[in-house]
Design a protein around this ligand. Structure first.
Ligand code: GDD
Ligand code: MN
Length: 384
């Protein structure tokens, strides 16, 4: 094993026996040809096809380390385990199935030397391509990309946000708590990492010859949840608030039409049920790191927030309608917006202020999501 490992290539595997052998040989060839010190870290989830044994036998010849985990624990978590074991100052992540061309790696590493902090192997910049993908797979990939760009501002300048082939300086992720969930570690790194320049480098995404893709419906579903988790707190607050409005309407509907409850009583019960619903989701999701102590205090506080929402909504709506002659719908719209914003401000800075404090304590890389966008310029607009 060479003394100074500069580049660690992390390769997650699940049933890739034939592929990973070829990949290791190809990587070795490419890297030694260019004189780049490297190590390969294979993270295998006890593949039933004997991938680990195949890698172990190659580790006598090549600079390969093998981590075997007890079962299929997921792609992103495999990469994270590989990162923990890696020794290089530059880390590369690629699939084992030869869909990611190994011979491009030296060029991607050169981009790092030129000052990029992250280099994404990209199908969608000039010179990049994808071969052999069904229409369905293309649609899923483009849809996933659109969701990321919509909800995660930090991914917007990047063409291929879904790439599984990327290289980055270790400093980008040092001390950054990354979530081991799902398939897309690159998204985590783009949202939470410390960097100033992301570059894209064209790759030809090839067809798979051996084995099959592990991307299924549950990965797609998980992906959506993962992106929602990475969003800015205001986005999460809005999503919960909108669901709460639906809960409110559904409650009124049931009380009035099935139980024949008086209108004003139904309104009160609906207010309470949506307030409880929102509170629960804010506790468990929107502000989840604030959990534990003081739940009752926050519950009371959030009732205050909801009351402020209601009163300010009525006040603004009536003021605009009666005082300024605005239309009913316009008045109501501004009323709702005012109530919502006041409730958000109270929730974030007063009721769940411990959440903000925990964030501060964690340093610059917070699970606050999109607000991180202001840090770090992007540099991935198709240049090469
Ligand atoms: N250890 C481990 N555990 N490895 C896994 C697991 C797992 O649970 N699931 C998948 N892998 C490995 C596969 O063996 C392969 O080496 C790599 O992760 C990618 O899995 P594929 O099943 O080949 O994914 P794909 O080709 O459908 O999708 C790939 O390309 C997409 C487009 O660039 C992935 O890299 C995606 O992240 C990427 O978006
Ligand atoms: Mn693949």
């Amino acid at each position: 094993m060479p003394q100074d490992v500069e580049v660690s290539v992390i390769v997650p595997t699940y049933n890739e026996r034939e592929n990973v052998k070829r990949l290791i040989r190809a990587l070795h060839e490419t890297m030694t040809e260019r004189g780049i010190p490297y190590e390969i870290v294979v993270v295998d989830d006890s593949s039933p096809d004997g991938t680990a044994e195949a890698v172990r036998s190659l580790s006598q010849i090549y600079n390969v380390r093998l981590i075997v985990r007890p079962g299929k624990l997921g792609l992103a978590s495999a990469i994270l385990d590989g990162m923990r074991a890696a020794r290089g100052s530059v880390l590369a992540v690629m699939d084992a199935d030869l869909q990611h061309p190994p011979e491009v790696l030296p060029e991607m590493l050169r981009r790092i030397e030129e000052g990029c902090d992250i280099v994404v192997g990209s199908r969608y910049v000039a010179g990049g391509s994808v071969r052999g993908w069904s229409l369905a797979r293309r649609i899923v990939s483009r849809g996933a990309d659109a969701i990321a760009k919509l909800l995660l501002p930090r991914t917007r300048g990047i063409k291929d946000t879904m790439s599984g082939y990327f290289v980055f300086k270790r400093s980008v992720v040092e001390g950054v708590p990354l979530n081991p969930r799902g398939f897309k570690l690159l998204l985590e790194i783009l949202v939470k990492g410390r960097f100033s320049r992301v570059c894209e480098h064209p790759i030809e995404f090839r067809t798979r010859t051996w084995g099959e893709s592990k991307l299924g419906a549950s990965e797609v579903f998980n992906y959506v949840l993962h992106v929602l988790d990475l969003t800015h707190v205001a986005v999460r607050f809005t999503i919960v608030g909108s669901l709460g409005a639906l809960v409110n309407l559904a409650t009124i509907f049931v009380l009035r039409h099935f139980l024949g409850v008086e209108h004003w009583v139904s309104v009160l019960v609906a207010f309470e049920s949506s307030t409880l619903f929102n509170f629960l989701l804010h506790e468990l999701w929107t502000f989840k790191s604030a959990l534990r102590e003081g739940v009752l205090g926050r519950l009371a506080g959030f009732h205050g927030g909801a009351a402020v929402h209601l009163v300010s909504q009525l006040a603004v709506s009536n003021l605009l309608y009666y005082g300024y002659g605005a239309g009913s719908v316009t008045s109501q719209l501004f009323g709702i917006l005012t109530g919502f914003v006041l409730n958000y401000v109270l929730s974030r800075w007063v009721i769940w202020r411990r959440w903000v404090e925990t964030l501060r304590a964690k340093g610059p890389c917070s699970p606050e999501g999109g607000s991180a966008a202001s840090r770090g310029a992007r540099d991935g607009r198709g240049e090469r």
